[in-house]
Design a protein around this ligand. Structure first.
Ligand SMILES: Nc1ncnc2c1ncn2[C@@H]1O[C@H](COP(=O)(O)OP(=O)(O)OP(=O)(O)O)[C@@H](O)[C@H]1O
Length: 582
């Protein structure tokens, strides 16, 4: 069996560590500077290429001796070659730094979420933040920051060159570049912000309807409501498409305005040159310089649009990181006590949300090493909440859980969870092989350990029929409720924690299998510290204490015989079970 010490180290404390900036990783700043420098150098080489080519063509028309053109010829070749090399370098370094930043951001997000997810962000919303919003980090660097740097460097160089040749043309060029490089991106960013406020709800509406169609397909088919749901989804789709079209038209107008600014500026520069009586060569160089200077500046309008989306995505990521974890980690954690664990729960109060009635309201319990306690009670009594509090996945409002006399709130939650854990109420089957789904709880476990865990969870026949390498599906859809439950139980048995928590291990099983499984479990957990939440009472005469919860309070407690001797929930349930068994 795998001991907890052999399991992988749990992730760092949720929410721990400050949110790092995309370039704030080791070597990130250097890589970013290299990418920006390569991008600017590529644009400058482009500028040099056009300037030299313009000079060469117009000068060549005057038919000078070849020697007078040789420097320009070499310049054209050099600029053409280095431009490609710099562009390649920029793409390589830029994507390298962006992908590293994106991976790091995802890693930070996982750390903030695992193992106890913060309240408030779940399911599709969290997935979209994890996938789409972290893409924004890449776009911030590759589509916004690096192109803006290259454009700024090129614009400064072009205006400086123009200022040497003809100051009036430089002023015209500067004005045109400011329109295309500052005014237009600011406009597209503003438009994008306005449109996203209208598009986001339409997109969320469509996503929710599609999710309903997919997840609720069986119910829709059963009640013949499929057509209606499809029509509603199609209407939401049409609404979104109409908004998208209008947004695209506004964006395209802004992009076209950039090209217009480029043409008008080039024409104005030529006009200024001719008014000042500049020669043909100077006029050609100025005109082409103006045209080329716009090349890196024009995409900034699209970058402005993307920038608005990027800032919104980064804000959403900050929100996730800033959400307090479900359980606060102590600032200076004390180590988990060694030796066999004795647990004492004293007057425990747990409330799932402010303003709601407490799920546990003054529960006390003693769990000496090797003792087994069963927790029973009606639905909503607080049984799973008690296990969650022991596992440190819900916060304690008042009262204490002491582990060998040490308050669990003083210990790092993941340390507690590494030794007090087991089968949770909503086990999850990962999209991985059956073997890997089990190995999650024991990466080092050998074939015999796996087989033993499966046998004790009464799953051997299914595993033999399915095969160890069979891929199990997303959300456990390829396994039945009972198989999922037993697979999760096999995981818990393989992990073999010092204090084993079992939340309704016989849930979703037929009666004979449930009884046999519970009997096996009671054999297997003999002498092992165990808390067993169950709705079935058969076999509970073998546990040391039974606690009956009702409305978050302890309604009854004692041994099986004690509880049968007094009227109450336990005796009623026992008699009802006996009746159905007849
Ligand atoms: N995450 C949650 N957020 C808000 N309320 C919750 C949450 N989990 C449980 N509750 C509420 O806390 C109370 C106790 O729930 P709990 O799941 O502990 O009961 P239970 O005895 O395990 O029920 P069951 O036998 O149906 O699993 C219930 O009223 C439930 O609605």
């Amino acid at each position: 069996m795998t001991t907890p010490a052999e399991t992988p180290a749990p992730p760092a404390a949720p929410g721990g560590g400050p949110a790092r900036r995309p370039s704030g990783r080791p070597g990130g700043r250097r890589r970013l500077l290299a990418a920006a420098a390569a991008g600017a150098a590529a644009e400058l080489a482009g500028l040099g290429l056009i300037g030299a080519a313009a000079w060469l063509i117009t000068r060549a028309a005057e038919q000078p001796p070849l020697a007078a053109l040789s420097v320009a010829i070499v310049g054209v070749r050099a600029f053409a070659t280095t431009r490609g090399v710099f562009r390649y370098g920029e793409r390589l370094a830029g994507h390298d730094v962006a992908l590293r930043a994106q991976a790091g951001t995802r890693e930070d997000l996982y750390r903030a979420l695992a193992p106890a997810a913060p309240h408030g962000h779940r399911g599709a919303d969290l997935l979209s933040r994890m996938v789409d919003d972290t893409d924004a980090v890449q776009d911030l660097l590759v589509r916004c920051l690096l192109p803006a740097t290259a454009a700024a460097v090129t614009a400064v160089a072009a205006v400086t060159l123009a200022a040497f040749l003809l100051p009036a043309a430089a002023l015209v060029l500067l004005a045109g570049l400011l329109v295309a490089g500052v005014l237009l991106p600011a406009t597209t960013a503003g438009l994008a912000r306005r449109w996203s406020a209208r598009l986001a709800p339409a997109r969320a509406d469509l996503a929710a309807r599609v999710a309903d169609l997919v997840h609720g397909s069986a119910d829709l088919a059963a009640y013949g409501a499929g057509e209606q749901a499809l029509a509603a989804a199609a209407a939401a789709d049409g609404q979104l498409a109409a908004l998208e079209r209008r947004r695209s038209r506004a964006g395209a107008t802004a992009l076209a305005a950039g090209t217009l600014a480029q043409g008008l500026t080039a024409a104005a520069v030529v006009l200024a040159a001719q008014t000042a009586g500049a020669g043909q060569v100077v006029t050609a160089v100025l005109a082409l310089t103006a045209l080329v200077a716009f090349e890196p500046v024009l995409p900034l309008a699209a970058a402005g649009e993307r920038f608005a989306g990027v800032t919104a995505a980064l804000r959403r990521l900050r929100e996730v990181r800033a959400t307090p974890p479900a359980v606060a980690a102590p600032a200076r954690p004390v180590p988990m006590p060694g030796g066999p664990l004795a647990i004492e729960v004293r007057d425990l109060v747990v409330r799932h949300a402010p303003g709601r009635a407490p799920a546990l309201d003054g529960v006390s319990l003693r769990l000496a090493p090797g003792r087994r306690v069963a927790v029973v009670g009606p639905s909503g009594a607080g049984k799973s909440t008690l296990l969650a509090a022991l596992m440190r996945t819900v916060e304690i409002e008042s009262g204490h859980i002491l582990v060998n006399g040490v308050d669990v709130t003083a210990i790092a939650p993941e340390e507690v969870r590494a030794r007090i854990t087991g089968l949770t109420q909503d086990p999850y089957v990962f999209r991985a092989s059956l073997r890997d789904n089990l190995r999650l709880a024991g990466p080092q476990a050998g074939e015999e350990d796996l087989a033993a865990a499966v046998r004790r969870a009464r799953l051997s026949a299914w595993v033999a029929a399915t095969g160890w390498e069979a891929t199990l599906g997303e959300d456990g859809r390829t396994v039945s409720g009972g198989q999922l439950q037993r697979l999760a139980l096999a995981r818990a048995l393989l992990y073999d924690p010092e204090v084993l928590l079992l939340d309704e291990p016989a849930e979703s099983l037929d009666e004979p299998t449930a009884d046999a499984l519970l009997a096996d479990l009671l054999d297997a957990t003999h002498g092992r510290t165990t808390v067993l939440v169950t709705h079935r009472l058969r076999g509970l005469e073998r546990v040391d204490e039974i606690v009956v919860l009702s409305g978050g309070r302890v309604a009854q407690r004692g041994t099986h015989q004690d509880l049968l001797a007094v009227p109450g929930y336990y005796r009623d349930l026992w008699e009802a079970e006996a009746l159905t068994a007849r």
